[in-house]
Design a binder for this molecule. Structure first.
Ligand code: PLP
Length: 218
């Protein structure tokens, strides 16, 4: 199957409330463009240099989602290209994004990354700290908290993700009920190639898919 066929097949399978983000790390600009031409409207990128190459060609034909590790010294460039940052996980980074957005005259939607498995080496805010984190980050005027993102502990077995997705969904609903000013719990980004079906069953309305569209990463 071609990339275009993979994209069309997945778009047909997805319920209308689920937004597809094509996770494009390591893919060539030509591959990403094929996906966009077939109907992808949002691209997820982990690396700034790869994003800049594709952005130069397709620019704002699509929405750009930053899904990688944020480095403080690159936040200015991230802010200038991306429409949403899915991987906010520290107040220091929140303040740095806020500062760059103030300079650029932008309001950046951000998702808070949740370390739903409480894994010591993993990025993300642990569930116990999430309400406090969001209450503080929400005070920054140039970012807008728009939901949660989680990876979950890596596993070859899709069902293993279910409890972590369920936990993140519960946090999502709980934060929504708190009605924190300037917080809009709209997006719940969970699920990748192996786990997206489970994620959608557990309430995801945004999925990040790489290999299923572009083939295995070498
Ligand atoms: C690479 C990546 C994905 C997509 O992974 P696949 O298993 O190839 O679908 C999703 N989210 C993040 C944060 C990624 O880095």
């Amino acid at each position: 199957m071609t990339i275009a066929q993979n994209v069309r097949q997945l778009l047909e399978e997805l319920p209308p409330h689920v937004e597809l983000v094509a996770a494009a790390k390591t893919r060539t600009p030509a591959e990403v463009i094929e996906a966009v031409d077939a109907g992808v409207t949002a691209i997820g990128q982990n690396y700034l240099n790869e994003s800049e190459r594709v952005y130069a060609i397709i620019g704002q034909r699509v929405k750009w989602h930053f899904i990688g590790r944020l480095q403080k010294n690159k936040i200015g460039s991230v802010v200038s290209i991306f429409d949403i940052i899915e991987t906010l996980d520290s107040l220091e980074l929140a303040a740095a994004i806020d500062r760059e957005c103030a300079l650029a005259g932008k309001m950046m939607p951000v998702l808070v990354e949740v370390n739903s498995g409480n894994e010591p080496q993993k990025s993300g805010v642990i569930p116990a700290e999430l309400p406090g984190f969001i209450a503080r980050a929400a005070k920054l005027k140039h970012i807008k908290i728009a939901g949660l993102m989680t990876m979950g502990p890596l596993s070859p077995e899709p069902e293993d993700y279910r409890p972590y997705f369920a936990t993140t969904r519960q946090l999502f609903e709980m934060i929504k009920e708190l009605q924190i000013p300037r917080v809009d719990m709209r997006y719940l980004s969970m699920g990748m190639t192996d786990s997206y079906r489970v994620a959608i069953e557990e309430g995801a309305n945004m999925i990040r898919i790489g290999s299923k569209l572009f083939g295995p990463r070498i």
